[in-house]
Design a protein around this ligand. Sequence first.
Ligand SMILES: C[S@@+](CC[C@H](N)C(=O)[O-])C[C@H]1O[C@@H](n2cnc3c(N)ncnc32)[C@H](O)[C@@H]1O
Length: 429
Amino acid sequence: MMDKRLRLAKQLLKLDGVLICAIDENEVNRLGLLLEEIFNTHEIHCVTIVHNPRGIQGKNFSYTHEYAFFCIPRGKKTIGRRRIKEEDIDWRNLRDNGGVSLRTDARNCFYPVIVKDEQIIGFGDVVPSNKHPQKQTMKKGEEFYVYPIDPKGIERKWRYARQSVEDIKTLLRVKKTKNGYEIEIGKDFGTVRTVWQDSRYDSNENGTKLVHALVPSSHFDFPKSVYNTYDCISPILNKKRDAVVLDFFAGSGTTGHAVSILNKEDGGNRRFILCTNNDNGIAREVCYPRIKAVIKGHKEYPEITKVPSNLKYYRTSFVPAEPSDENKEILTRKSVEMLCLRENTFEFVTETDTWKIYKNKNQYTAILFDQLSIPDLREELAKLDKPISVYIFSLEDDNFASEFIDMKGKVKVCSIPEAILRVYRRIYK
Ligand SMILES: C[S@@+](CC[C@H](N)C(=O)[O-])C[C@H]1O[C@@H](n2cnc3c(N)ncnc32)[C@H](O)[C@@H]1O
């Protein structure tokens, strides 16, 4: 079962995309081998997440963790930074110590940091080599000039040169001392680590209880902590504000919730596609209402809900393959929905027996079912004032781009996805 789905997932993944797969100890080894075989063009990394600190009692061990595999394009920097909580920041003096830390080792690293009201308000010029401040902290009116001079009075250097220190100003803080001030640096980001242990990953607190609050009638015992999923996707999607995230075992929709939080934080337009079966009503009674609640907002969770978004619910089913008018009708109707989803154009514009046109605020999508109607469709498209993606159903492998060559720049002829075309041609035989 995993094999087929992973092969399909690889086909759907963009070239710079990442597959993340969460798994517990029961199948971790089998999954690891499968991923190595299927994602042989990728690097595979596995992180350990302590998601159940109380543990699940086994005969020999109490299991407190699960795993997440990350399949990322080989050799590329794909995983961004990890955010470090305020209380976990490792503060150190901005003044260098140890070898190569003297003023004479880097001329541009000896300048005053200017402090007023216990805040850094700026940086002075590099001090000429023949000038020597009398003290580490010098008072000038309301301001204090702090130099990298150590407690023994030795002139050392800051860790950052004058020309680059402004870039890291937000990482600095002022610490009051007996004789003045020290300047400290603390990074609130770091490289993502391979063991994640934090109360935010507790699947009971931030999974089961959260889902229950958002959908009080829900019965689903195994949602992940939304922060578990958030921390998996956020280092990858931080800068990708238009990403599309697919979860094809979506359960209670935690992935959709995590993507929504990212969008809320930075105003991004990331989209998510959640697919799940409807076991015990998980799709209709948990996943869908949960995402609706995330959009609407919940007073106990103001920081991670109320994320204005569009939401569409689709039910998948098989299209009968016998060539009949009724089946043709079903297939084309469902295909239109899929193509509109692909193009993100849901507003109906106009239709005839042979075409349909939809739009969003930026573009149109035209879907043509009979290539003989290309001339009529061209007339209709000439009236439209935004870019148009045109899809043409055809029994042959024709390329219709030449039919619209004079409308280049406005009309883009797109290929109908192979999966739809295959069924279409079969039904029309
Ligand atoms: C382990 S749960 C995922 C939980 C999810 N991460 C969450 O936080 O809610 C896996 C889900 O996949 C669904 N599922 C099982 N077989 C499926 C299938 N063949 N196609 C789609 N979904 C399926 C199940 O209903 C179950 O809810």
